[in-house]
Write a protein that binds this ligand. Structure first.
Ligand code: PEP
Length: 257
């Protein structure tokens, strides 16, 4: 049985006070209303994760809501001004880390080779990578989206041995659907999710392919989540904009009730 997961990506939103407010609202709503076993993850800005972890351990939700970083450095430590390491993230309470988000690939020129190193460091420090793949609009229009996704997966993750690969979470996020209000249709999303699962089966085996959670991301909201999440190969969502509103984020999580 694959893990159902709903992860919120706050991006560069919410200062400390705002983060604590939103996190506690989500925690309370999820505790009261979400009657399912989906794993709920909040990926907050680096500066706020420690405080959220402290709040969490002092409340009755303990580790019900998992914390994630939005990136980590490709090196262990050293002269990388402005970077945050996987070890640092782990030490402040993060359990997951988003890697290869399209905004990181686009604005910070993250390559698949660099991401492979980040994946290794995250795993070394017991952070579960949420590894993002997805094509741009141009790549989809040119009909090369499957090739793009294949390269991202192979170059970023296929160096992992099977037992480790199985622990990674994959997020399919068509770049043209992120923050645009354009959502992939359930059929379009399912097609790519099935393709990713098939690639995993080819690179590893069927059992591995069936055990990895693959999330959809791209303008997911309370109105479209149920249809998207009901697709055979979609195990939940990576949610941007809608994770900034406690009501919307909780309603998306409640899709699994
Ligand atoms: C994201 O940034 O991962 C994302 C899916 O954003 P949005 O839901 O806003 O499209």
């Amino acid at each position: 049985m694959r893990q159902k997961i709903v992860a919120g990506n706050w991006k560069m939103n919410n200062d400390l006070k705002e983060s604590l407010k939103l996190f506690s609202e989500v925690a309370n709503m999820v505790t009261d209303e979400a009657n399912n076993d989906a794993v709920v993850i909040v990926s907050a800005p680096f500066t706020n994760i420690y405080a959220l972890d402290q709040w969490r351990s002092g409340s009755n939700i303990h580790d019900k809501i998992k914390l994630a970083g939005q990136n980590c450095c490709w090196e262990e430590s050293g002269a990388y001004t402005g970077e945050v390491s996987a070890k640092m993230l782990k030490s402040i309470g993060a359990e997951y880390v988003i890697l290869g988000h399209s905004e990181r690939r686009q604005y910070f020129a993250e390559s698949n080779a660099q991401l492979a190193k980040k994946v290794d460091l995250a795993l070394k420090h017991e952070l579960t990578p949420i590894f993002c793949v997805g094509e741009t609009l141009q790549e989809r229009e040119e009909g090369i989206h499957f090739d793009v996704i294949k390269a991202q997966l192979k170059e970023g993750l296929y160096h992992l041995i099977k037992s480790v690969f199985k622990t990674v979470v994959i997020a399919y996020e068509p770049v043209w659907a992120i923050g645009t209000g354009l959502t992939a249709t359930p059929e379009q999303a399912q097609e790519v999710h099935a393709y990713i699962r098939q690639l995993i089966a080819e690179g590893y085996d069927d059992e591995t392919a069936q055990s990895v959670s693959i999330l959809y991301g791209g303008s997911c909201n309370p109105s479209n989540a149920a249809t998207l999440f009901s697709q055979t190969d979609i195990d939940g969502g990576l949610i941007g904009g809608a994770s900034l509103k406690s009501r919307d984020f909780t309603d998306i999580i409640k899709t699994f009730n």
